[in-house]
Design a binder for this molecule. Structure first.
Ligand code: FE2
Ligand code: FE2
Length: 483
């Protein structure tokens, strides 16, 4: 397939660049799934904002520049489409036992079950986050932020479409059933929860939202990066395009937390408060104290680490061997890409100390991806710390130790401090409130969050962004609440 066939067909009910008009079976499957999706969106998408006009980005192409256009759209009328990144001429499988073979355009029979599982797990996270975020509109700190959460939401919806496309096109009846199930599960539901823990947590306030987009969407980014390496080319092309949208979600998280921190520091300075632990004084000024932000970091980081699964994993080894899911930036790693006799140092508890132990690299795929994730997180944290120190306040946000507060993998049963000390369970419980958000913290977050809808105005607890979107000024009406 040549680079030329990337035009997006917007005349169809479902905008696409996958030749849907010529694939009657697939079109019928997607068209019969569509009404259920719209029902789901209206029921579980942004609560109370289905009729407002939102200044949204819609993907209209898949080339690097000029792939999106901005315009006012009512949320249920967003054009959710199926978009694949351009095919790479002559692409070959980059890793695993099929390394060097041409990529697959169809699902190899022997890997059908594995691939289906990968698609369903990825697909399940997309609608889950929309469900988690559905109440945020009513406490948006500005129209700009309100527009951003809705943008993230419609794109997560589109990512669900992306996975459903792959299921329906390549997995026949099984795929259609899975696509149906993706609309049935609900975040936090007792009977039919979403598949992964972090996607069943609540996102009750905007700091949680920014932490979620920073930490949990970043897990999503790492997963998509690994799938973009896939030897199953339709999956690679699908996820490569999803990553272009995902970059905005990271941006919302990084800048959202940064603006919160900057505002806290600014208000502290204006009021002559130097002690970051003067919690009551800081809170009385209507901003969020830095220790609360640290506890939120501890929580969101640790639940997001759980998403990487077991440190030593035969499933991950199987995905890698099969050529279905690679490592982060697989092609720029210098090794044999088959991991025959290579080792990778993974963190383990040995005689009460955390040390790096060499494991066969093939079994350490998850641990390695998680390490790459931590490095990616650290960049954002450094940026936050620069703004704290330039405000002259002595406080440093730190990522907790990887074994802190874990529910999955190697460290699940351990009671470890954020500094990485293994302590007794009762000692851990006694200090829990220093490390993880307390009922009091959450109450304060709840109390400061109130909706601000005057263009260019922001809630007290957060500062304005440095730049807006699409070269618009701060006074721009990013959401028109009244028709
Ligand atoms: Fe997504
Ligand atoms: Fe995302």
């Amino acid at each position: 397939m040549s680079q030329a066939i990337v035009e997006v067909d917007y005349d169809e009910l479902i905008p696409n660049n996958v030749g849907l008009a010529d694939d009657r079976r697939l079109r019928r499957a997607l068209e019969s799934w569509h009404p259920g999706y719209i029902d789901w969106w209206k029921q579980m998408g942004p609560n109370g904002f289905q009729d407002v006009d939102v200044y949204l980005r819609t993907a209209v192409g898949v080339s690097r520049d000029g792939w999106a256009k901005f315009d006012y759209v009512k949320l249920p009328e967003y054009r959710w489409g199926i978009l694949l990144a351009p095919a790479e001429e002559g692409r070959r499988i980059a890793f695993g036992r099929h390394k060097g073979e041409p990529v697959w355009q169809d699902v190899p029979g022997e890997y059908r079950a594995m691939l289906r599982r990968l698609l369903v797990v990825q697909g399940d996270t997309e609608p889950a986050s929309v469900e988690q975020q559905r109440h945020l509109g009513s406490t948006a700190p500005s129209l700009y932020d309100m527009r951003n959460v809705f943008q993230v939401n419609v794109e997560e919806g589109r990512h669900l479409w992306a996975m459903v496309y792959l299921l329906q096109k390549y997995f026949g009846r099984d795929g259609r059933e899975e696509a149906e199930m993706l609309l049935q599960r609900r975040s936090g539901d007792a009977d039919r929860p979403r598949m992964l823990g972090a996607f069943n947590e609540r996102t009750p306030d905007w700091l949680s939202f920014f932490m979620f987009t920073f930490f949990t969407d970043r897990d999503g980014k790492m997963q998509l990066e690994s799938l973009a390496q896939s030897g199953f080319d339709p999956l690679s092309r699908t996820t490569r395009f999803m990553l272009t949208e995902e970059a905005h979600h990271m941006f919302v998280g990084t800048t959202g937390v940064a603006r919160t921190i900057e505002q806290t520091c600014r208000v502290m300075r204006e009021n002559g408060i130097e002690d970051p632990y003067a919690t009551e004084k800081v809170r009385a000024l209507g901003v969020i104290d830095l220790p609360t932000i640290q506890r939120k970091v501890n929580f969101h980081f640790s639940v997001s680490l759980d998403l990487f699964g077991a440190d030593v994993s035969t499933n991950a080894a199987n995905y890698f061997n099969a050529g279905l899911k690679g490592r982060f930036r697989e092609t720029s790693i210098e090794d044999d890409h088959q991991l025959m006799d290579t080792t990778y140092p993974i963190t383990k508890l040995v005689n009460g100390d955390f040390v790096r132990v060499d494991e066969p690299a093939i079994n350490a795929i998850n641990a390695r991806l998680r390490d790459d994730y931590v490095v990616d997180c650290e960049k954002g944290v450094e940026r936050w710390n620069r703004s704290i120190s330039s405000a002259g306040i002595e406080f440093e946000i730190r990522l907790p130790h990887v074994a802190f507060n874990r529910k999955v993998g190697e460290f699940a049963q351990l009671t470890v401090t954020p500094d990485g000390a293994l302590i007794a369970d009762d000692a851990w419980q006694a200090q829990r409130d220093d490390w993880l958000p307390t009922a009091d913290d959450l109450q304060h977050l709840h109390d400061v969050m109130h909706q601000v809808v005057e263009p260019g105005e922001f809630a007290r607890w957060i500062g304005p962004p440095k730049t807006y979107i699409d070269n618009k000024p701060g006074s721009f009406e990013f959401v028109k609440l009244h028709g």
